[in-house]
Design a protein around this ligand. Structure first.
Ligand code: G4P
Ligand code: NA
Ligand code: NA
Length: 189
């Protein structure tokens, strides 16, 4: 998606060979026009799949997931990171390691909001190693819902997440693929 790449070039701050800060559009501030355009693109890609639900994880996935849900006229569900007051039998919980943060977090979705009748597109802002995505995929599998595929704004294709998930047979659509951040330069695929 050309508009997204252009914005990444404009506002991206390269923190290392592996991490690009995109606070201005994804992780701290939201660009409504860009977000709407991303939602429209995800919706276009999955329009013919009879999507019943968009799933994401708090927090940065929510605006783009909302935009996609709005376009497809389906509900959005976001996995939560904090413990809920519900007992474990009422929620799907998965433990997810974070490469960038070096910590492990528990993510959860209430069984109320995901079941075997759902046809789900998983939306997120970044895919790096894919640990968050794999946690969400496990939750979808456990719920019995059908996973139609992923939609991610930014895929860092020099990290293995997108590739390994595709290799497992799951559709992965990314709107911008960053092949390299080496030498302080953004190289798109
Ligand atoms: P992974 O899930 O794909 O393995 O990635 P990782 O553990 O590295 O992701 C940890 C968090 O960092 C995620 O946000 C992810 O979206 C984000 N992230 C990964 N690489 C980059 C990067 O190069 N730039 C930026 N800006 N973010 C990156 P999160 O923990 O889900 O936090 P939130 O933003 O959703 O609150
Ligand atoms: Na993030
Ligand atoms: Na995210």
């Amino acid at each position: 998606m050309e508009l997204l790449k252009q914005k990444i070039r404009e506002v991206g701050v390269i923190l290392s060979d592996e991490v690009i800060k995109l606070d201005a559009i994804l992780n701290h501030a939201v660009d409504p026009a860009l977000t709407t355009a991303m939602g429209r693109e995800f919706a276009r890609l999955y329009r013919d799949e009879n999507v019943t639900k968009i799933l994401t994880i708090e927090s940065s996935g929510i605006p783009i997931a909302f935009a996609a849900a709005q376009e497809l006229n389906v509900p959005l569900v976001f996995a939560r990171r904090k413990k809920s007051l519900n007992t474990e039998t009422e929620t799907y919980c998965e433990r997810v390691p974070s490469f960038t943060k070096g910590i492990v977090t528990d993510i959860m979705v209430s069984k109320e909001f995901l079941d075997e009748k759902d046809r789900v597109v998983l939306i997120d802002d970044f895919i790096a190693n894919g640990d968050a995505a794999r946690g969400l995929i496990r939750i979808i599998r456990r719920s019995g819902a059908t996973l139609l595929g992923l939609g991610v704004a930014v895929e860092k294709s020099f990290q293995a997440g997108g590739r390994t998930i595709r290799e497992s047979g799951i559709r992965v659509e990314s709107l911008a693929k960053i092949a390299s951040l080496a030498g302080g330069e953004i190289r798109f695929e």
